[in-house]
Design a protein around this ligand. Structure first.
Ligand code: FES
Length: 148
């Protein structure tokens, strides 16, 4: 049911943990299952030098986040914003349909972290992060980011 790549990233997830001196942190909740993901980034000169995540999500969320962090590491902020959950799923050789929603956590968490990066700089992120996704506004509303 799961591809070898999914099983590999689930069993040996890359980039799990937190970054103490992160300058971009995003927390999102999955509207479908209620699971939570926190993404940390160290961004220098617009390049994502390091990225780590922590999640209460399921195995599919772990595998997609592991792959997503691998795909954005070393990329520019703009390139990271273009990463879709579909591209992550393709890189993992597919996910069962019932698990597609789990992959949205990683995509949303990347966007939430980058939104935070722009906010800390007193700038507006070059994309809409209005909370109609799954997502950061909800996390803030419910105090899930632990910062309220
Ligand atoms: Fe919640 Fe997969 S069931 S992230």
């Amino acid at each position: 049911m799961y591809s070898e790549k999914v099983m590999d990233h689930f069993a040996n997830p890359r980039n799990v943990g937190e970054i103490e001196d992160a300058n971009a942190v995003g927390t999102v909740g999955n509207a479908k299952c209620g699971d939570i993901m926190k993404m940390y980034m160290k961004i220098e000169d617009g390049i994502i030098k390091d990225v780590k995540f922590k999640t209460f999500g399921c195995g599919a969320a772990i595998a997609t986040s592991s792959m997503a962090t691998e795909l954005v590491k070393g990329k520019s902020v703009e390139e990271a914003l273009e990463l879709s959950n579909k591209a992550v799923i393709e890189a993992l050789d597919g996910l069962p349909p019932a698990k597609i929603h789990c992959s949205v956590l990683a995509e949303d968490a990347i966007r939430a972290a980058i939104d935070d990066y722009y906010k800390r700089r007193g700038e507006t992120a070059p994309f809409e992060c209005g909370g109609d996704c799954h997502s950061c506004a909800h996390a803030h509303d419910h105090g899930m980011d632990g910062e309220e």
